[in-house]
Design a protein around this ligand. Structure first.
Ligand SMILES: *Cc1c(COP(=O)(O)O)cnc(C)c1O
Length: 476
């Protein structure tokens, strides 16, 4: 039989079909339900057996686009407040199409000098955007989880070197447990990273002073002072996911310096607070951290998947991740870096083009304006919650997350937890807005996060309306 993959003339028809479908999807994005009515049907229609005979690219695309777009959660749209998920700006989406088109592999410098150069510049611009010193480096990752993993791999290497051990060569089996401290705000992905690194999920000690998880600085100081297997690794959190609160990074940096600890800051979305001078006090001290994590697919509003890790000493990353092979480039060529030497992956997508396109299109000022708009929207949401007799705000709103619960009269805490848990499910099923529940200080609560560039006041008002409307139905 003839080889159907050799029919190159279908490329432009396929791309035109894709552009048409994408256009229709985007046109609908701001008005459609976040969760479509057709979801069950769409899910069912992606099924069946591997076909022996193909139907060609245009037909395949049409067949797939239909359920994919009908069934998609509109997380790229303005009313997805669940988790912390950004959308995709026109600049970033356009660049992402081109990135797939030129299909570069940013592993070894010679495989793509242009994408490697783009990554160097992206890291430099991002460090500048976040107020980090130009002396350090960094690398793009699939997200904050891999950024936390990479940062903590650098920390683990540093810790071993203090004891004359190359942990990446010899492992950590002969070493005492590595002491890791954080507040109760530490993200699950950092804990997971500790597990993946063999440091152990159980090694982390959360030094807290209340059931919200705020750090107890005095207790942390005592722990560091009395530490036997020092130095420690300290994880500070710039923006936790329940209420958008921050650990006191400056104070934790003071303690890290005093006791020779490694300070890592997870600022997956919270690092963006520093882009606006109005909120820069929240991230103060981050420039003193040895490693910092941030996400692109959250507040930068570039497509999934994209994250960044920044470190003050790149040699710790290359010590952890450079793997020798005779055909590979040199790990210490700083003029022509091979980014694979600084990350877990060997072959890598050219994520830098989306970042450069977004930052070139909107600039530092554009991001500042968007962040400030989002923070104003969060304050508006807090006010609407405070004004509603059947809603109760549970936390201050330092950033972009508003933690609140539905609270009709005459129910105790257990009753309210049950009601809010069920209401959370009903809101997701309804699909006009999308927001999940969490446990905050032991209470079931909503925690909408505002990160999408499309979100406006109308969406915020609808969020409050929908929660109250569905809550009233459920409570009566
Ligand atoms: C989202 C998030 C992560 C994990 O990020 P991914 O990009 O999903 O891997 C880590 N830390 C914090 C604070 C987050 O908000």
């Amino acid at each position: 039989m003839t080889d159907p993959l050799f029919s190159k003339d279908e490329m432009s028809a396929t791309l035109e079909a894709a552009a048409r479908r994408a256009g229709a999807f985007l046109e609908d994005l701001e008005t459609r339900r976040v969760r479509s009515d057709d979801e069950v049907e769409a899910l069912a229609s992606i099924d069946g057996e591997l076909p022996d005979e193909g139907i060609g690219p245009v037909a395949a695309l049409e067949q797939l686009a239909d359920p994919a777009m009908r069934g998609a959660i509109a997380s790229a749209g303005p009313r997805f407040f669940h988790f912390v998920v950004g959308g995709t700006t026109p600049a970033a989406l356009g660049a992402d199409w081109l990135t797939s088109t030129i299909d570069q592999n940013v592993g070894m410098w010679p495989a793509s000098p242009i994408a490697s150069k783009a990554e160097m510049v992206a890291i430099r611009w991002l460090r500048d955007l976040f107020g980090l010193s130009p002396d350090g480096g960094g690398v793009l990752t699939t997200g904050a989880t891999m950024a936390n993993y990479s940062a903590l791999a650098a920390a683990r290497r540093w810790w071993g070197l203090q004891r004359g051990i190359d942990v990446d060569e010899d492992g950590i089996a002969g070493l005492p447990p590595i002491p890791v401290f954080s507040s109760g705000y530490v993200h699950a992905s950092s804990v997971k990273a500790l597990g993946m690194l063999g440091i152990g999920r159980g090694s982390i000690r959360k030094v807290t002073k209340d059931d919200i998880g705020r750090v107890d600085l005095d207790a942390l100081q005592r722990e560091l002072h009395e530490l036997e297997n020092g130095p420690a690794i300290i994880i500070a959190n710039a923006g936790e996911v329940n209420a958008g609160d921050f650990d006191p990074i400056s104070e934790m940096a003071d303690l890290a310096e005093r006791y020779g600890a490694w300070l890592h800051v997870d600022g997956a979305f919270g690092l963006f607070a520093g882009v606006s001078p109005k909120n820069a006090h929240l991230t103060r001290g981050v420039e003193r951290a040895r490693s910092v994590t941030c996400d692109g697919h959250k507040w930068l509003n570039v497509p999934h998947d994209c994250g960044f890790v920044f470190v003050s000493d790149m040699s710790l990353l290359s010590g952890a991740f450079a793997s020798g092979a005779s055909y590979l480039a040199a790990a210490d060529d700083v003029e022509h870096p091979s980014f694979t030497f600084f990350t877990p992956e060997s072959s890598r997508r050219a994520r830098a083009f989306d970042i450069l396109a977004a930052l070139t299109a909107y600039g530092r000022d554009g991001y500042r304006a968007m962040i400030e708009r989002h923070l104003d929207l969060a304050q508006l949401l807090a006010r609407l919650v405070d004004e509603a007799p059947d809603l109760e705000r549970l936390a201050d709103v330092p950033l972009n997350i508003v933690c609140f619960r539905y609270r009709p009269d005459g129910r105790d805490d257990a009753g309210l937890d049950d009601l809010n848990r069920r209401l959370g499910g009903v809101v997701l099923d309804d699909g006009r807005v999308y927001v999940g529940t969490t446990l905050y200080g032991g209470r079931v609560a909503f925690r909408p996060a505002i990160v999408n560039w499309r979100t406006t006041e109308v969406d915020i008002r609808l969020l409050v309306e929908v929660v109250r409307e569905l809550g009233t139905k459920l409570a009566h």
